[in-house]
Design a protein around this ligand. Structure first.
Ligand code: GLA
Length: 343
């Protein structure tokens, strides 16, 4: 963990829409530190795990709310080869590379500008050639837009001056109950995916696509996150719960509805749309009650869930996975939308 705390101060930017939904963003890591949405009785609550005190984000934490890159999730042994040259990255997760390394995009300060024609901000960052071991000066912008139909749109763009790899995600932890002492096991989840990526013991995809049919990984019709999470299953054991990438049904690479989450008690619903091929569902398996919660107490296992839209983990080493290579002259462009409603 290394944040250069000397140069910049955390600044917070707020977006509000006509229905009273509000979202707080930080220049550090592009972190979303709060999303307040109404329940079915109109009561607003914060549905994002994180900290009350902004300075706490300068300390160790599990990517709460952050933009993750240059390569989200794992690269086996922190090594990949591009145009005949082998690159070595930090092994910061056992022997693997995780979430961009020791000082990934979650730990850097981004420039922030308001967007002119939309209710939004644009954050930007240039990752230098060689930063965290990756080739090429990579310039990234992320637009965060809050619409009046209660949708947070996250729009990524990037370009490079040398061939590189890129995989960006938004690592917010949601708990639609608004009370982080409640586990998220009662949330009903639908994933628009017939297959997922099984993992080896170090959480690297084995390289095959596995049908979800007849497994605890079948969310193709809604079921609670808790229904099968305790099942005797080798893959669940490896992840200590769900910590896997689903293959979104999206043959034409369009923006499709990839996930829907419904919390019966509050009525809160969240739909996730994306043009990315993968969706990592992570059920906060490694939260261990050491970090203070915004609603009192500490964050424990299953106190939130992440739906991380992304390319497939370890794609630089798996020729059958959709490519994550970005070349000079090409533009990386991708969108993910989180739409909030009540039922
Ligand atoms: C992702 C990974 C998990 C874990 C979290 C952050 O979801 O797949 O294994 O690293 O991020 O703690």
């Amino acid at each position: 963990m290394s944040i250069d705390k000397t140069h910049k101060k955390i600044a917070i930017h707020k977006l509000v829409n006509e229905n009273g939904i509000s979202i707080d963003f930080q220049n550090l890591g592009g972190i979303i530190s709060s999303i307040k949405t109404p329940d079915r009785n109109g009561k607003l609550s914060d549905i994002i795990l994180g900290f009350e005190a902004p300075n706490q984000y300068l300390e160790e934490h599990p990517y709460f709310g952050a933009i993750v890159g240059r390569f989200a999730n794992r690269i086996a042994h922190g090594k990949f080869t591009l145009e005949g040259k082998e690159y070595s990255l930090a092994q910061n997760n056992g022997t693997n590379h995780l979430h961009g390394g020791l000082s990934g995009f979650d730990k850097v300060f981004w420039e922030v500008e308001p967007l002119e024609n939309e209710n939004g901000i644009q954050i930007s960052y240039t990752s230098k050639d060689g930063e965290e071991g990756y080739p090429g000066n990579l310039s990234i912008t992320v637009d965060y837009v809050l619409t009046d139909d209660n949708t947070l749109k996250v729009k990524y763009q990037a370009h490079t001056d040398k061939t590189t790899v890129i995989n960006l995600t938004q690592h917010s932890y949601f708990n639609l109950s608004g009370d982080f002492s409640n586990q998220i096991l009662d949330h009903e989840l639908l994933l628009n995916a017939d297959q997922y990526l099984p993992l080896d013991d170090t959480q690297i995809p084995l390289g095959n696509y596995q049908s979800v049919v007849g497994t605890p990984f079948d969310f193709s019709t809604p079921k609670t996150i808790g229904k099968d999470i305790g099942a005797k299953d080798r893959q669940l054991k490896i992840g200590n719960g769900y910590d896997h990438c689903w293959v979104i049904n999206n043959p034409n690479n369009e923006i499709v509805k990839a996930a829907q989450v419904f919390h019966p008690d509050s009525g809160r619903t969240m739909d996730v749309y994306t043009d990315q091929p993968g969706m990592q569902l992570y059920t906060a398996n490694f939260l261990d009650n050491t970090l203070p919660s915004k609603t009192g107490g500490t964050y424990g296992p299953r106190s939130g869930f992440c739906l991380e839209t992304q390319h497939f983990p370890n794609a630089p080493n798996e020729p059958i996975f959709p490519t994550t290579i970005l070349k000079p002259g090409d533009m990386f462009a991708s969108e993910t939308w989180f739409q909030f409603s009540v039922k």
